[in-house]
Design a protein around this ligand. Structure first.
Ligand code: XMP
Length: 543
């Protein structure tokens, strides 16, 4: 995430993009009684995707730095071990090496791309730069189905991304497939329990990738495909009960999917021992505050302290136009209001946080107790709050959080809510003070945009879609009169992780409808413009 959000900045539901932690073991508590496959990360760009695909097949999977060592792997008693891709050549100085003890754990091993080359190199095969590098789509010819390709076509497409190739498999290994630049594009040794594939089964451009992973998990590892949203709920409910006992728990609800699902899970486990706090800072979108209250208090019967703190926040924002000063003002006030509310709850020992697995990987792990990281989801809480954390989403990717939310009965709207920044609409009133009047105008414009985007069926396809109100006025003519009115900017982006983004190609007729509705309904507005900047060079938000 943008480092400038820092302490005091509020935090979004967007799971921040991930980088592989190199220094620490990334610790999550694997669910009891479900099978696990460990993925060792050698730095490949798709490593996290491998873990996600394995989970989609119904097997829990953790991504660990490649150097954790065999004991860490064995401790998890996995059903299988995957060695990921990576950017290095096995011949390069300092390239991550294969710890041979990993092959003595008596579990099936699957090397993917660099992982396969590591295996080939270590076991006496030949790995060399191929005449042609293979990047992108490639034709794969299956020579021998082995355990991976049974029932699949002999000719198929796959996704490659490599320069080195396995020219000769190690002795005792059976080559299973080849491509133009990869004489050995897959191999197996039943005797040693080792498989390798040069291509990437985890990406969607490999049409039979899922079947191949499934065949390995089921047929080779004998994994029980029991990892589902329902099993996550069951497991977490047990854990939360064991952790909390009779204690009291607080959860800061933002209305975003992470804090909502975390709250529901904890409520499922301990009912009224949980009190949620929802600070309505008056910077939410239209009707959002009411929806949170209706959903959690009325529907799920959760004890909820909803604080209408709009006046306090507006007072703090008066005269503030610098973006970082706005963030600080909002963050500071948020902490104050939250602490006041927490004091009313009395002797609460635990605090729920919607930390996701991608946050865990990104921050290099940790044990999840005692202190609170300022960038996590409750929103800029200070580090010295003495709560013990409950992090029921710590092992989950965002899509799994959504599945758990749906399973728990969370409204579809909340399950699929686009990320929304903690400081809310205040940082979308750009270049000027976020006054009540401006925020109301922006809220109205935003509600028209959301409505049209939902009607067009595009809401889920967009990472974020919102309006910006810059502090400028422009000349227009409406009726026979000259106007000098507000400009509304439409910002809609596609993205996977908010680190990069592209502007969404919204259909012209949709844009036309949005612009007309805004101009016709909002007398202050006389111009609607579209932001066509990608990230980089722009950021998603305007300030
Ligand atoms: P940018 O604008 O940096 O945004 O491309 C990346 C993602 O972060 C969100 N964002 C914020 N989230 N507090 C937050 O909690 C903030 O101050 C903040 N600023 C930006 C933004 O909406 C996008 O999802």
């Amino acid at each position: 995430m943008n480092p400038s959000y820092g302490p005091g900045g509020l935090v979004t539901d967007a799971s921040a993009a991930t980088e592989i932690a190199d220094e620490a073991t990334v610790e999550v508590q694997a669910p009891a009684a479900v099978d696990e496959v460990v993925v060792l990360d050698y730095g490949g760009q798709y490593s996290q995707v491998i873990a996600r695909r394995i989970r989609e097949c119904g097997v829990f999977s953790e991504l660990l730095p490649h150097h954790v060592g065999p004991d860490e792997v064995a401790r998890r008693r996995p059903k299988g071990l995957i060695l990921s891709g990576g950017p290095a050549s096995v011949h390069a100085d300092g390239a991550p090496a294969l710890d041979p003890r990993l092959l003595e754990l008596d579990i099936p091993v699957l090397g993917i791309c660099y992982g396969m080359q590591l295996l080939a190199h270590a076991l006496g095969g030949q790995v060399q730069p191929a005449d042609d590098a293979e990047y992108g789509r490639a034709d794969l010819r299956v020579l021998e189905p082995g355990r991976l390709f049974g029932g699949l076509p002999a000719d198929q497409t796959c996704w490659m991304s490599h320069r080195d190739a396995v020219l000769r498999a190690p002795d005792g290994f059976t080559p299973l497939a080849s491509s133009q630049a990869s004489p050995v594009a897959a191999f197996e040794s039943l005797e040693r329990g080792i498989w390798g594939i040069q291509f990437h089964p985890e990406v969607s451009h490999t049409p039979f990738g899922r079947d191949i992973l499934d065949a390995w998990l089921r047929g080779v590892c004998g994994a029980d495909m029991a990892w589902t949203a329902a099993s996550v709920i069951e497991d977490q409910v047990q854990r939360i009960r064991a952790q909390v006992g009779e204690g009291r728990v607080i959860c800061g609800l933002s209305g975003g999917v992470d804090s909502s699902v975390a709250a529901l899970l904890v409520h499922r486990a301990i009912g009224d021992q949980l009190t949620c706090v929802f600070v309505d800072h008056g910077l939410m979108r239209k009707n959002e505050g009411e929806q949170v209250v209706a959903s959690f208090r009325d529907r799920f019967k959760i004890v909820l302290r909803a604080v209408d703190a709009e006046d306090r926040f507006l007072a703090r924002l008066a005269g503030v136009s610098d973006p970082e000063a706005k963030r600080k003002a909002i963050g500071g006030e948020f902490i104050r209001v939250f602490e006041e509310e927490a004091a009313h709850i009395g002797n609460a020992r635990f605090l729920v946080q919607g930390t996701l697995y991608s946050d865990v990987i990104e921050s290099g792990g940790g044990t999840g107790t005692a202190t609170i990281k300022s960038h996590h989801n409750v929103g800029g809480l200070p580090e010295d709050l003495e709560f013990e954390l409950i992090e029921p989403l710590r092992a989950l990717f965002k899509d799994e959080v959504r599945a758990v939310g749906a399973e728990l009965g969370l409204d579809e709207r909340l399950v699929w809510r686009q990320p929304f920044p903690g400081p809310g609409l205040a940082i979308r009133v750009v270049g000027g003070e976020a006054t009540k009047q401006r925020l109301d105008l922006l809220r109205d414009a935003d509600s028209i945009l959301q409505d049209e985007i939902r009607r067009a069926g595009l809401y889920r396809e967009l990472w974020q879609s919102f309006c910006v109100l810059p502090d400028v006025r422009t000349v227009g003519v409406q009726g026979d009169e000259r106007t000098y009115g507000a400009v509304i900017v439409i910002r809609a982006v596609t993205s996977d992780d908010a680190m990069t983004a592209d502007w969404a190609r919204l259909p012209y007729d949709l844009l036309q409808r949005i612009a007309s509705r805004m101009i016709n309904r909002l007398p202050e507005v006389n111009r609607v413009v579209l932001d066509i900047t990608s990230k980089p060079p722009g950021t998603i938000e305007w300030e």
